[in-house]
Design a protein around this ligand. Structure first.
Ligand SMILES: [Zn+2]
Length: 254
């Protein structure tokens, strides 16, 4: 497509100049689409990786907190067991000086209770240690994945920077050109143009008829419709896809 300078086309402007303005806008947008197509999924992949990494970091720090809480529990349980041992020692001393069997039995019961307390503490300590082991192994795995993802991210970011760097100037120039190109397009048409572009897969809202077919959906455009398009009396859309049919490309006669 050529990039002829576009004349301003208010609502009462001739249809031909409206179509010319639309074609010009489409040409710019198609070039912008191409730039973004080359970048492809990279920007999204970079965002996804950043999200994934943040998730892993949260996971590791959550596990670190849980391990620290478990270590506190172990410390507390160890203290409990130590206290119980101290009590047992004291009770055993008391048992040496009992005056009767009843007192002896009562102290023996206390000793049993403290022994039970020690057993419970030891069991809880083992459980907590096992939990810590599990969490540590999860942390190790997560950190490994984290390192891998960080490498992926660095690579993807470098790749993206190169691609963006190559096209950044072009994109900026096209965006400026685009701002100027929308000026001569009346609001109603611009809205329709934007809507059609959003609905079609290839981003083409304005096309020409090539070899008797719509340049957007490739369905046949009947001869009478083609004649209407060429006459530029009104804006005609493809009856199959709704794209604006701006012109009919001359067939090359062999
Ligand atoms: Zn069509």
């Amino acid at each position: 497509m050529t990039s002829k300078p576009v004349a301003t086309a208010p609502a009462d402007a001739p249809v031909a100049s409206k179509l010319e303005a639309l074609l010009n806008l489409q040409r710019i947008d198609s070039q912008l689409d191409e730039i973004r197509r080359v970048r492809g999924d990279l920007p999204e992949e970079v965002r996804d990786l950043e999200d994934e990494i943040a998730g892993y970091e949260v996971r590791v720090s959550k596990f670190d907190e849980e391990i620290s809480a478990l270590n506190d529990q172990i410390k507390q349980r160890k203290q409990n067991a130590k206290d119980a041992e101290g009590l047992i020692k004291r009770y055993e001393d008391q048992q040496q000086n009992v005056r009767n069997n009843r007192e002896y039995e009562a102290i023996a019961k206390e000793i049993e209770l403290q022994k039970l307390e020690i057993q419970i503490s030891e069991k809880k300590i083992k459980e907590a240690q096992y939990q810590i082991e599990l969490k540590n192994s999860d942390i190790a795995g997560t950190k490994q994945r984290l390192d891998e993802r960080k490498k992926d991210l660095t690579n993807k970011k470098t790749e993206l920077d190169v691609i963006v760097g190559e096209s950044e100037a072009d994109e900026k120039k096209l965006m400026e050109e685009r701002a100027g190109a929308t000026q001569p397009v009346e609001d109603r048409l611009l809205t329709a143009y934007t809507r059609i572009r959003g609905n079609v897969r290839n981003g083409l809202a304005v096309v020409t008829v090539k070899r008797d077919a719509c340049g957007g959906c490739f369905n046949t455009v009947p001869p009478q419709r083609q004649a209407d398009i060429i006459s530029h009396k009104k804006i005609i859309v493809c009856e199959h896809c709704g794209r604006v049919l701006a012109d009919v490309e001359a067939r090359i006669v062999a």
